[in-house]
Design a binder for this molecule. Structure first.
Ligand code: PRP
Ligand code: ORO
Ligand code: MG
Length: 193
């Protein structure tokens, strides 16, 4: 799939939003990819993850465990695991810190892939890498559906994206006038009680 093919899936699902958004990192953007609207359609999740899984097989070979950060990483992580013949686990925030709970485990020597929906600054990805450090297994790399930093984000491991695009984001104290004129909304889960 090309970048345009992937963006068209989001556009047709009504998931390519315009406005004033507060991102997970606290940065602001006039564009938001509401992935939940795409992942609410299993055929679309399957289509995107199948194309991404082909790239991942070629790059990393055998994967035993796919680990994604909640909430956004759960569905693509599960569908990628299905496509790759791997297990799927997820990390969730406890007092703001990502932890693997619910009895999830990784065995010594297992090959682990980190799966995300969207990468902006790479912060959530790096936190997932950190959460995996105290567990057995080898992180062989990472995957995301859309890298909106177009390859600039440091994710703490080798990243394969299905699409890489350049969407603007700004410091909250340095907004362009058209964004400053709009009320901001925060769609993600980070920081919610
Ligand atoms: O690269 P980053 O700057 O970390 O931004 C990307 C992250 O932001 C979103 O998660 P969010 O914390 O908003 O919550 P969600 O997963 O519940 O949507 C998205 O799912 C990624 O995890
Ligand atoms: O950076 C984010 O928080 C973010 C951006 C985006 O486009 N979509 C999303 O779910 N999160
Ligand atoms: Mg997330």
């Amino acid at each position: 799939m090309t970048n345009d093919d992937v963006l068209n899936v989001f556009r047709e699902a009504g998931a390519l939003l315009e406005g004033h958004f507060i991102l997970s990192s606290g940065r602001r953007s006039p564009v938001f990819l509401q992935k939940a609207l795409v992942f609410s359609q299993p055929d679309l999740s399957e289509k995107l993850c199948k194309a991404l899984a082909e790239k991942l097989k070629a790059k990393f070979g055998q994967i035993d465990v796919v680990a994604g950060p909640a909430v956004g990483g759960i569905i693509p992580g599960y569908e990628l695991a299905r496509q790759l013949g791997a297990r799927s686990i997820f990390a969730e925030r406890v007092d703001g810190q990502l932890q693997f709970r619910r009895g999830f485990s990784i065995a010594e020597g297992e090959r682990v892939l980190i799966a995300e929906d969207i990468v902006t600054t790479g912060l959530s990805f790096r936190e997932t890498v950190e959460a995996l450090e105290s567990l057995p297994g080898e992180v062989v790399g990472g995957a995301c559906i859309i890298d909106r930093s177009n390859g600039r984000a440091d994710v703490g491991c080798e990243l394969v994206s299905l699409a890489a695009v350049d969407f603007p984001d700004y410091d909250a104290n340095d907004l362009p006038p058209e964004l400053a004129a709009m009320d901001a909304v925060k769609p993600g889960s980070r920081g919610l009680a």
